[in-house]
Design a protein around this ligand. Structure first.
Ligand code: HEM
Length: 420
């Protein structure tokens, strides 16, 4: 960490611990862009773990910051709804046709369950085993093409490239157009209210329509062909999903594109950053490459690529000593729960040999627990196995550029150099 960065973190910490409790609002884009939000969460876990704030963009909402309270919500999905008609899984309450797409992550039982079942086979253990060789081959190709002895952007050349290739494979999407998937993922998660550089609502709508048109062509090709193992074919042939309307189809595409894209991508970048900030852990890894699998879980906890999921209370309920009213919205801050010392020993440290490393909140829990978790772990494991075979070290050459979002917790750039 550079002295400037250290000074910024100390100032943020002092601010977080000296400000009036009622003024703390973790859904502040600046905190995420500057990488300082952890201090505010630490204060809330200590002083007000279920905390109400009025946010200028999203209005009143509860922040749930402790591991056990988040688990309480995740396991009571009949009280805490994900349904898009209630407001869905992000804090914004945009008009219905805006950000609230109809996808099964934003549906409650029973509609959620049938659609989830329709796409789950793509990530079955058997299918993952079949995909291993392809993932390894693509990972090797990308790593072997990296420049030596010069600075390049890890996010673009590795994290985006690998996750996009993988996604194109899952959809059997034309490889030459694969960066369209990256683009649509960025557009789908963008929000001009949070980041003025983001596309306008009209541009966003137009881009998502382009995506729908492209995927509708793929659908039409595949619905008339024999069933295959790609996601579009699976959706087109499954009786539960083959009659979806265009908005629902679009919603589920966005879910799979974003689900498989930003999250794994940001773990690929976050892992490198964490190792570079913790050289003793990198030494441990070099001495014992068998730690890769455990490290992957630790990277996913440490990064927490999705900072929160929103729920809406369907009835009055007590949570962490507070009364939540029917209709209230709540953010389950995974990023905070994953740093909760009451649930995870030494939660504030990045430890690649941590016991029970899979016990984190980054994939959520309960009926919505991430469908793609094993696939994400597989991609990251192969990436690190192949890095270890090739590069004794990768030097981080400057500060990362962070995404200005309170939902996607990640990076837009990270300058690195592989020694010649
Ligand atoms: C759901 C995180 C990778 C597809 C979720 C949820 C989280 C999450 C937090 C919501 C859980 C909840 O509400 O309890 C992550 C992280 C990943 C990752 C951190 C990578 C490190 C992937 C991949 C795919 C994927 C690679 C697709 C191939 C999905 C889907 C859902 C989901 C479809 C909705 C599940 C449901 O509502 O039942 N993910 N994800 N994710 N994820 Fe992931």
């Amino acid at each position: 960490m550079t002295p400037t960065e250290q000074a910024r973190q100390s100032a943020a910490r002092e601010h977080a611990f000296s400000m009036r409790l009622e003024d703390i609002d973790p859904a502040t884009p600046d905190y995420f862009e500057q990488g300082t939000v952890d201090h505010y969460f630490e204060r809330l876990r200590r002083d007000d773990p279920v905390h109400y704030a009025e946010n200028p963009l999203v209005g009143g909402y509860w922040s749930v910051t402790r591991f056990k309270d988040i688990m309480q919500m995740e396991t009571h999905h009949r009280i805490f709804s994900s349904d898009w008609r209630q407001g869905g899984i992000t804090l914004t309450d945009e008009p219905e046709d805006e950000h609230k797409l109809q996808m099964f992550i934003a549906m409650d039982t029973p509609q959620h369950d049938v659609q989830r079942k329709a796409v789950s086979p793509i990530v079955s253990p058997g299918n993952l085993a079949n995909m291993q060789d392809l993932i390894r081959e693509r990972t090797c190709r990308v790593l072997d093409s990296l420049p030596r002895g010069e600075t390049f952007d890890w996010v673009d050349k590795v994290s985006i490239e690998l996750t996009t290739l993988m996604l194109a494979t899952l959809f059997d999407f034309p490889l030459e157009d694969r960066r369209l998937l990256t683009h649509w993922s960025n557009v789908a998660t963008s929000n001009q209210a949070v980041d003025p550089r983001a596309p306008s609502p009209e541009e966003r709508r137009a881009e998502l329509q382009n995506m729908l048109a492209y995927f509708t062509r793929l659908w039409n090709e595949r619905v008339n062909a024999p069933p295959a193992h790609d996601l579009v074919s699976m959706l087109a042939h499954n009786p539960e999903t083959r009659n979806m309307g265009p908005r629902e189809y679009m919603g589920n595409l966005v879910l799979l594109i974003v689900g498989g894209n930003d999250t794994t991508r940001n773990s690929m970048t976050g892992g490198l950053l964490a190792l570079s900030e913790n050289p003793a852990e990198w030494d441990k890894l070099r001495a014992n490459p068998g730690l890769v699998e455990n490290m992957v879980s630790e990277i996913i906890r440490w990064q927490t690529p999705l900072a929160y999921m929103r729920r809406t209370a369907l009835q009055d309920v007590e949570l962490g000593g507070k009364t939540i009213r029917k209709g209230d919205k709540l953010a389950m801050w995974y990023l905070s729960g994953n740093r909760d010392e009451d649930a995870i020993a030494n939660a504030g440290r990045f430890l690649i040999d941590r016991p029970q490393a899979r016990q984190h909140l980054s994939f959520g829990f309960g009926i919505h627990r991430c469908v793609g978790n094993r696939l994400a772990e597989l991609q990251l494991r192969i990436l690190w196995e192949e890095i270890l075979k090739r590069f004794p070290t990768i030097e981080v050459m400057g500060e990362p550029v962070r995404v200005r979002s309170t939902f996607v917790h990640g990076y837009t750039a990270l300058p690195v150099r592989i020694p010649a």
